[in-house]
Design a binder for this molecule. Sequence first.
Ligand code: GYE
Length: 318
Amino acid sequence: MTHRRSILLSAMVLAVMSATPAWAQKKIVVGFAQVGAESEWRTANTNSIKETAAKEGIELKFADAQQKQENQIKAIRSFIAQKVDVIAFAPVVNTGWDTVLKEAKAAKIPVILTDRSVETKDESLYLSFLGSDFMEEGRKAGRWLLEKAKTMKGEINVVELQGTVGSAPAIERKKGFEEIIKANPNIKIIRSQTGDFTRAKGKEVMEAFLKAEGKKINVLYAHNDDMAIGAIQAIEEAGMKPVKDITIISVDAVKGAFEAMMAGKMDVSVECNPLLGPQLFAAVKDVVAGKTIPRRIVTQEGVYTMDMAAKEFPNRKY
Ligand code: GYE
């Protein structure tokens, strides 16, 4: 073999060795601690995360916390012990995370919050927050009511079904709504209680509202569609008509809400997009590749009313 040919050959061998074939590349491992399975929104969110991970060839360790913070903390600790590449989770409530997040930081595992934010003094405890702007969702619901109020006479009594106590969407959807409705002194929230984001609880609490306030109630503001749908049942069982007797305002805009709107039983639902999988795993891949990702990734959302429902329904993915 000539000298030149042997140089060429060793260069080729080197090139082959450095281009690691796909089968030899290390899979990215992500630990995801989900809130639970409390709503239609959550089911769509879980599906989006599982489907995207599979599509992207990412190994997903998935834990369902059944709406309990202690279960989420346990899951995060087990992800740390398993040395996953990235931890992602949707914090059920927004406080009490510092200790476990410090443990993740000490283990040098980046954390991405999805869906819900946390309250902490140490901003270095998580890398990024991907999810909706809940304050803005509350404001959108409020703005819709301000418009509607122009066609209503006298006092406008609102009952409010709040989401899970201490969760970011419950706190912020309430705040955003209140911020807007105070522009009209006729609008008053006469009762406000949690329905924990579920249909069963939404129905139960609405029954209690109806017992206490009866025909005085003009508007229901529910922090999610499942609670609104449960409440609609309670209203009908009490012999009243949703929309006609009580205006129904909700959040999420899942298929169940579109069905209710098409049946003339819900006035409006503010959209909250649960399909976070593609944005989450795009961010995960960037993090693992050493790229910087934005501190805040916001999802784009709209507002859907009863008269738009039938036309939009075929386009809905959740
Ligand atoms: O609106 C509700 C769910 O955190 C945005 O949680 C989410 C909320 C959603 O149970 O339906």
